[in-house]
Design a protein around this ligand. Structure first.
Ligand code: SAH
Ligand code: SF4
Ligand code: F3S
Length: 461
């Protein structure tokens, strides 16, 4: 007897995609699929794709080529193999995906994947299906039913979606086209999902959205809730010991949200606040609707509210028209703020966005040079930030066994990976840890009160 069919969901891109991938895995579990360890072991593969930069999109097609060969081998053995393309490339390119790769069975967008099961039924009947509609029905309501039956929570930290889509139309970005308009979920649904996660052992919740700080959702009291109002409610859920939110846009960074960093001890003192550039001219051309001093003012107010707050950001180098002076302004902003961590990218012209139409594109070598210079600076800052943690005692949420025997690994409020001596019974616990050393990618610490690993175990009981 052959075993149950297995499915593998592979996700690229942002946290929204990670969340969607988990939901699709739940839908597939409900349909009777076990989870495969990789695409070789699977009978069905979902590629949950990202369209943000050209490289991300190209990767999808090379990955699909590999899966097509796997499918042909299976076919020769008389076995079935289904390939599903989901996510933002599916949304942006739709039927083009089916045309470019004959082996693809189904293309489904980020706003219609709650219909995955019905779509698979059609695909199994031999139809090559595309569904990239922006659904009128409530995607999250449909997903809630699947989650109740198929939820698989193994992690201490989880994402919960509060808001989706974007109306900002930064001139470099495809997200408003792939994810659609800004929509907020009802607070009661978010709270319900968060309570279920906490009940299943989740201790850290990251509230996510393309512009999560623009959240405006119907509250439990009938009023329209903002993100800080929602965070205050989530902080009251039993078991939730740490809250985060991402990603935020500077123009939606309200006084109330800044104040929440002073008022809510559960809220991690860490904010990811993309600025993209330090040049006012480039920020204007990017349609970011804020300038450098506006950003610096938010940073100052966050630091006043919560002096130990750390910041991270996203940067784009080589936006069309960017001069050496513009780039210098970006470096100056970085020097002024001092970031704990960052993501930085070479500008990638995206079809259909205003930036791609411009005739003053920057040469590839210039982009590469600027990226290298920026990354050298932010790497210095990251190492300095990590080094400054040495000697401090910070709250670590333990998430998994460490790489070496007797070790346990967790995260600091600043997203730093930390390991300490301790047993697996500490997973899910938040403990004060004195940081004793900083490596290039993780910190070593000693649990406060611990002299030997055995003592640590005792202390945790
Ligand atoms: N909603 C978030 C992030 C969206 S995408 C925000 O407003 O900041 C994540 C990051 O990818 C962006 O912050 C930006 O730095 C980068 N990015 C987006 N489009 C890009 C492009 N065309 N080329 C290079 N980087 C890009
Ligand atoms: Fe893209 Fe700008 Fe929207 Fe962020 S705010 S998703 S960068 S358009
Ligand atoms: Fe990529 Fe779509 Fe997220 S383009 S970054 S997966 S919203």
């Amino acid at each position: 007897m052959p075993g149950r069919a297995k499915a593998y969901v592979k996700s690229y891109g942002c946290q929204m995609n990670v969340y969607d991938a988990t939901r699709m895995a739940e839908l597939l579990a409900k349909r009777g699929y076990d989870e495969a360890a990789d695409e070789d072991e699977a009978d069905l593969v979902v590629l949950n794709t990202c369209h943000i930069r050209e490289k991300a999109t190209e990767k999808v097609y090379s990955e699909l080529g590999r899966l097509a060969r796997l499918k042909a081998e299976r076919g020769a053995e008389g076995r079935d193999y289904k390939i599903v393309v989901a996510g933002c490339v599916a949304q942006a390119e739709g039927e083009e995906v089916l045309r470019r790769q004959r082996a693809v069975d189904l293309v489904v967008g980020p706003q219609s994947y709650h219909r995955l099961s019905d779509l698979l039924t059609r695909a199994e009947a031999g139809e090559r299906v595309t569904d990239t509609d922006f659904a009128v029905e409530d995607k999250f309501r449909a997903l809630r039913r699947a989650a109740a039956e198929g939820k698989r929570v193994r992690d201490v930290a989880a994402f919960v979606t509060a808001q989706e889509g974007c109306d900002k139309f930064c001139s470099f970005c495809v997200v408003p086209y792939t994810r659609g308009a800004e929509v907020s979920r009802k607070a009661s649904e978010i709270v319900e999902e968060a309570e279920a996660l906490a009940g299943a052992g989740v201790r850290e919740l990251t509230v996510i959205g393309q512009n999560v700080n623009a959240y405006r959702g119907a509250g439990e009291d009938g009023a329209l809730w903002s993100l800080p109002r929602l965070l205050a409610r989530l902080a009251r859920i039993e078991g939730v010991t740490r809250l985060r939110y991402t990603t935020s846009h500077p123009i939606d960074m309200t006084e109330e949200l800044i104040d929440a960093h002073a008022a809510l001890p559960t809220l991690a003192p860490f904010v990811h606040l993309p600025v993209q550039s330090g040049s006012n001219r480039i920020l204007k051309a990017m349609n970011r609707r804020h300038d450098a001093s506006f950003y610096l003012d938010i940073v100052a107010r966050l630091r006043a509210a919560r002096p130990d707050i750390a910041l991270s950001s996203d940067f784009i180098v080589g936006f069309p028209g960017e001069t050496d002076a513009d780039f210098e302004a970006t470096l100056a902003l970085i020097r002024q703020v001092g970031f704990a961590s960052t993501f930085s990218f070479k500008y990638s012209p995206r079809p259909g966005t205003p930036g791609a139409e411009r005739d003053d594109q920057i040469a590839e070598e210039v982009k590469s040079e600027r990226l290298a210079a920026l990354q050298a600076l932010v790497e210095e800052q990251r190492q300095a930030f990590n080094a400054a943690t040495v000697g401090r005692t910070v709250e670590i949420l333990f998430e998994k066994p460490g790489r070496h025997a007797g070790q346990i690994a967790g995260k600091s409020p600043y997203m730093q990976a930390v390991h300490a001596m301790g047993g697996e019974e500490l997973i899910g616990k938040t403990l004060p840890v004195t940081i004793v050393a900083a490596g290039s990618n993780s910190l070593a610490g000693r649990i406060v009160g611990q002299t030997t690993p055995d003592d640590a175990r005792e202390a945790a009981l």
